[in-house]
Write a protein that binds this ligand. Structure first.
Ligand code: TXA
Ligand code: MG
Length: 318
């Protein structure tokens, strides 16, 4: 059932008292706590089973609230926020000292975004504090795009779940660091690198091979992440076992296995991919094979998630 304003008031009270609230955003559902309360933030890590070396994104209602947790607000942040907020863009900026180290995993920077969902914005405004929230799933598992996914995955660990319907973007936000001398794309998302460059000029994509000595700047880049429990193959279906094939709409499959067609453009595909994986994950299949979408910039965020979710093919047992 969709959340009422009474639900939002109740959820905001829980946040203020140090509890955990799952809430909808346009990308995926978040597991939220008062970002300025270290004990509340600690509960997020416990509920998710997430290592405390993974920094959290802090959700704010507007630019003013963003400025209240960042030490400086560069011109690039202002241009991007004007253009893309509320929306699926996280900006990494130098943090103020009152942002607990637990939120940022000890980093001197903090990831901030204004989510484009009326329930999320109402929750943050009503709570009156910035809300730290990772995706509302157990560590390494699939991000939730419905309240039902959250209930199934984390149900008893959360004090309250706000239902805002299915997410309208469907994969996690683009993460861009503005904390260094030049902008670095830390995680691709549906706001593409070219969209950012149209506003602020050249953006560098983080590439570990260019800087092997550097520590992982953004743990969302860990190779295995966002995975269903069922073995996921990005490529041809294996010869044996019971499985299903996910196919972009412009391809035709002659696979003998059950198959699901997804839209043939990235925005529509992104909305449905996690949902489809969640559904197939309930069916006790031996594998899910995803026919790879084209390796072009428009599909890069989707390919990034699929590559991380896929287990490398292993030889079939004889
Ligand atoms: O769309 C989203 O971003 C969703 C919704 C709930 O807002 N949240 C989300 O959070 O995906 P999470 O915790 O699953 O992913 C956070 C990402 C990670 O890749 C993390 O490393 C990066 O943001 N991140 C957060 N703070 C950072 C920082 N200070 N420096 C570098 N990366 C940071
Ligand atoms: Mg996540």
């Amino acid at each position: 059932m969709p959340s009422t304003s009474e639900d939002i008031r109740r959820a905001a009270g829980i946040i203020r008292r140090g509890g955990l609230v799952a809430f909808p955003t346009e990308t995926v559902y978040g597991l939220g706590a008062n970002a300025l309360d270290p004990e509340a933030v600690h509960r997020i890590f416990v509920a998710k089973g997430r290592p405390s070396t993974n920094p959290l994104i802090v959700h704010v209602a507007d630019i003013e609230m963003a400025k209240s947790i960042a030490t400086n607000w560069p011109a690039a942040a202002d241009s991007l926020a004007q253009r893309f907020w509320p929306g699926p863009l996280t900006l990494v900026l130098t943090k103020r000292t009152h942002v607990p180290d637990l939120v940022t995993a000890g980093l001197p920077t903090v990831g901030i975004r204004v989510p484009a969902h009326p329930v999320a914005l109402a929750l943050i405004r009503e709570a009156g504090v910035p809300v730290a929230a990772p995706s509302a799933n157990r560590f390494t598992q699939l991000s939730p795009t419905t309240a039902e996914h959250v209930r199934a995955g984390l149900g008893d660990q959360v004090d309250f779940i706000l239902d805002g319907g299915p997410c309208q973007v469907g994969i996690e936000s683009t993460v861009l660091s503005l904390a260094g001398p030049s902008p670095i794309l830390l995680r691709p998302g549906m706001i593409a690198k070219a969209d950012l460059e149209a506003v602020i000029g050249p953006v560098r994509a983080f590439d570990k091979t260019n800087s092997p000595s550097q520590p992982e700047p953004s743990p969302g880049l860990h190779p295995r992440h966002y995975s269903p429990r069922t073995r996921l193959i990005l490529g041809d279906p294996p010869a044996i076992g019971r499985g299903a094939v996910i196919v972009p709409g412009f391809d035709k499959t002659n696979s003998p296995h059950p198959h699901v067609y997804l839209p043939n453009e990235p925005a529509g595909y992104a909305v449905l991919i996690y949902r489809t994986l969640h559904d197939l994950d309930q069916q006790s299949l031996d594998w899910i094979a995803v026919q790879p979408p084209p390796d072009t910039p428009a599909w890069s965020a989707i390919l990034d998630r699929l590559r991380r979710a896929a287990t490398p093919p292993s030889p079939e047992p004889a």
